[in-house]
Design a protein around this ligand. Structure first.
Ligand code: XMP
Length: 520
C-alpha cells in the first residue's frame, strides 16, 4: 500500500469527496508526505508506524447508509491523531457515540464560524474578533456530541462546526479547510500535522530527488531500462531521474512521428543527448507515419494507426537493446489513486488517447514509475531540482498524435509544413508577449477548407487556420483565453503574411464542454 514505510506520512482516507486530492496537496505543500487510500481498501492491519496522522475526508455518503460504505472502526483506535473533515467529522462523531442528522438548513458556500474554546487545532487560525470565514458543503450534520468531546467553534447553522477530544487526539470540522475559500485553512491543517501529529517536514523537492534516485537504484540494480521520451514534462523528468540514478543503463527512445512542432526533434536531441548526456536513440519515422496515414480522414482511425505504429517502432528499437528488464514511464499520482472510482462513474469514450508510456505490453517488461506518488506541480518542481530548464518544465501539454489531430481531414506533407509554421508563430507570439505561462494549452490547427481572400490585388484561395488557447486546471474542463484585439490581430497578420497557404485566421471561442480541447 505504501511507497516506503520509512517515510513518515499523513494518511488520508477517502470517502469520495471531490476535494480529497486537494487535502493531500495541501499537506504536501506544507512539506509533509501524504497518501490517499480509499475507505473501501483500508484495513486496520495496514496501519503501521509510518502513519503519524489520519484524515478522514468528506464525501457524498450518509453515515447511516452503511450499505454504501464500510469502515473498520479499529483504524481510529491506534493512538494516532485523527482529523475528520465534513463527512469525516460526522463519521468520527458517530463512531464515538454521537449522532448525525439531516440539517434543517443545508449549508453550501461561505459561512462564518465563531470560536468557543481554545484548541491546538486553531492556534493563530481565528481572526482577532474570534470569527473566520469557512467553506461549507453539507446536508447532514452532527446533532449530538459524543461523550468527552467539546465544541471548539460553531456557525449559525452548525453548533458542532469544530469539535475535539484532546485526550484521544480526535478533531472534527464540518467545513473544508483544504479549499482556498476557507480563510486560513492551511494554518488549520498545519496545526493538525505539526502541533498535533508532531510529524517533521520530509517532502521537499530535494528530499524527493534523493529518495527517488535511491529507490530507482534499489529497484533496477544493474539492469537496463528503456524509456519513451516525448520531450513533455513527465517523460523528461522521468528520463532525467533515471539518468541520474543509473546513467548508461538507461536507454531513451525518441520517435519523430513527423507530427511534432517546428524544430522540436532538434531541440529534444540537443537538450537530452548533448546537454544532459542522456543515452538517447533518435528514430526518424516521419515517412513511415505519413505513408500509413495516407487518405485517412477518420479521427479515431488516425489515432489508432498512430498509436499502433508508435508501439511497433518503439518495440523494434527496444529489441535491439539486449537484456532490457524494465520500462520507465511517467504515471502520476492522480492516475493511480485507487479511490478515483469511489464517486467517479466511467464516462463514455470520447477519444482514444495514446500516451507514450505504458506501451509495449508484449515485451513483458517490469515497470519503473518514479513519479507515481507525485502531483503534476510536484513533478514540475522536481524537474527544476533536476536541472531541467524552465522551458521544458512549463511546456504546454502536447498530445501523442501531435499535429496529426490538428488537421482534420487528409494529412499531406504540404499541410504539415504549413501547420508547423502557423503553430510556431502563434507560440512565439505568446512567449514574446509573456502570455505563454498564463495559458494552459495553445495551438494552431489547419482546417480542411479553402476560402477566398485578396492579397495585393490578387485573389487567393487558401486554407483556414484556427487558433485555440485555453485555461484549465487539469484538461477535463476548459475555457477559452481572452486575448486583447491587438495581440490576436498581430498573430493573424504574421501568419497570413508569412505563410504561403493560409489566408484566413479564426479564433476558437468554445469551452470544454461542449467542445474538446483538441479538434480530433
Ligand atoms: P481533449 O481533446 O480530450 O484533450 O479535450 C484533453 C487533453 O489531453 C490531451 N490529449 C492527449 N494527450 N495523448 C496524449 O498524451 C493523446 O492521444 C491525447 N489526446 C488529447 C490534449 O492535448 C489536452 O491537453
Amino acid at each position: 500500500m505504501s511507497p516506503d514505510q520509512s517515510l513518515k506520512k499523513i494518511l488520508i482516507i477517502d470517502f469520495g469527496s471531490q476535494f480529497t486530492q486537494l487535502i493531500a496537496r495541501r499537506i504536501r505543500e506544507l512539506g509533509v508526505f501524504s497518501e490517499i487510500v480509499s475507505h473501501k481498501k483500508i484495513r486496520n492491519k495496514y496501519i503501521d508506524d509510518s502513519i503519524k496522522g489520519i484524515i478522514l475526508s468528506g464525501g457524498p455518503l450518509n453515515v447511516y447508509d452503511i450499505k454504501r460504505y464500510s469502515f473498520d472502526k479499529n483504524i481510529i483506535e491506534n493512538n494516532i491523531p485523527v482529523l475528520g473533515i465534513c463527512f469525516g467529522h460526522q463519521i468520527l462523531s458517530k463512531l464515538n457515540g454521537g449522532r448525525v442528522k439531516q440539517s434543517k438548513h443545508r449549508e453550501f458556500g461561505l459561512a462564518n464560524i465563531y470560536m468557543k474554546k481554545n484548541s491546538p487545532l486553531t492556534k493563530n487560525f481565528f481572526r482577532k474578533n474570534k470569527t473566520i470565514k469557512v467553506w461549507m458543503s453539507h446536508a447532514d450534520q452532527v446533532s449530538k456530541l459524543p461523550k468527552n468531546f467539546r465544541v471548539i467553534a460553531s456557525s449559525q447553522n452548525s453548533k458542532f462546526a469544530m469539535v475535539e477530544n484532546q485526550s484521544k487526539n480526535f478533531y472534527g470540522v464540518q467545513f473544508h479547510p483544504e479549499v482556498t475559500h476557507t480563510e486560513n485553512g492551511k494554518k488549520l491543517l498545519s496545526n493538525f500535522i505539526f502541533l498535533i501529529c508532531k510529524i517533521k517536514r520530509n517532502w521537499s523537492s530535494r528530499d524527493q530527488k534523493k529518495k527517488l534516485i535511491r529507490d530507482i537504484r534499489k529497484q533496477v540494480g544493474k539492469s537496463r531500462v528503456i524509456c519513451a521520451l516525448s520531450g513533455g514534462v513527465d517523460s523528461s523528468v522521468v528520463a532525467q531521474l533515471l539518468n541520474k540514478a543509473i546513467g548508461k543503463n538507461l536507454y531513451c527512445i525518441f520517435v519523430n512521428t513527423g507530427f511534432l512542432r517546428k524544430n522540436e526533434e532538434k531541440q529534444v536531441v540537443e537538450t537530452f543527448k548533448k546537454k544532459l548526456r542522456i543515452n538517447l536513440i533518435y528514430v526518424n519515422a516521419e515517412n513511415e507515419f505519413i505513408r500509413k496515414l495516407k487518405n485517412i480522414t477518420d479521427p479515431e482511425k488516425k489515432r489508432k494507426i498512430i498509436g499502433n505504429l508508435f508501439i511497433k517502432i518503439f518495440e523494434r528499437y527496444a529489441k535491439k537493446i539486449k537484456r532490457v528488464k524494465y520500462l520507465a514511464q511517467g504515471t502520476l499520482y492522480p492516475d493511480l489513486i485507487e479511490s478515483k472510482s469511489v464517486t467517479g462513474s466511467r464516462t463514455s469514450k470520447i477519444k482514444s488517447h495514446h500516451n507514450v508510456g505504458g506501451l509495449p505490453k508484449k515485451m513483458k517488461l517490469s515497470l519503473v514509475e518514479p513519479l507515481k506518488f507525485l502531483f503534476k506541480d510536484e513533478v514540475r518542481k522536481l524537474g527544476l531540482e533536476l536541472n531541467l530548464s524552465k522551458e521544458i518544465i512549463s511546456r504546454h501539454p502536447f498530445p501523442g498524435p501531435g499535429l496529426a489531430i490538428r488537421m482534420p481531414g487528409m494529412i499531406t506533407r504540404e499541410k504539415i509544413k504549413i501547420l508547423k509554421e502557423a503553430d510556431y508563430y502563434f507560440i512565439k507570439g505568446l512567449k514574446d508577449h509573456k502570455l505563454y505561462d498564463k495559458i494552459w494549452q495553445a495551438y494552431a490547427a489547419l482546417l480542411p477548407v479553402k476560402t477566398v481572400g485578396v492579397m495585393g490585388d490578387n485573389r487567393t484561395y487558401e486554407y483556414l487556420c484556427l487558433l485555440r488557447a485555453i485555461t484549465s486546471e487539469d484538461g477535463m474542463t476548459a475555457d477559452f483565453f481572452q486575448f486583447k484585439k491587438t495581440f490576436i490581430q498581430e498573430i493573424s497578420n504574421k501568419i497570413v503574411n508569412s505563410i504561403r497557404g493560409i489566408n484566413r485566421v479564426v479564433y476558437d471561442v468554445t469551452s470544454k464542454p461542449p467542445s474538446t480541447i483538441e479538434l480530433e
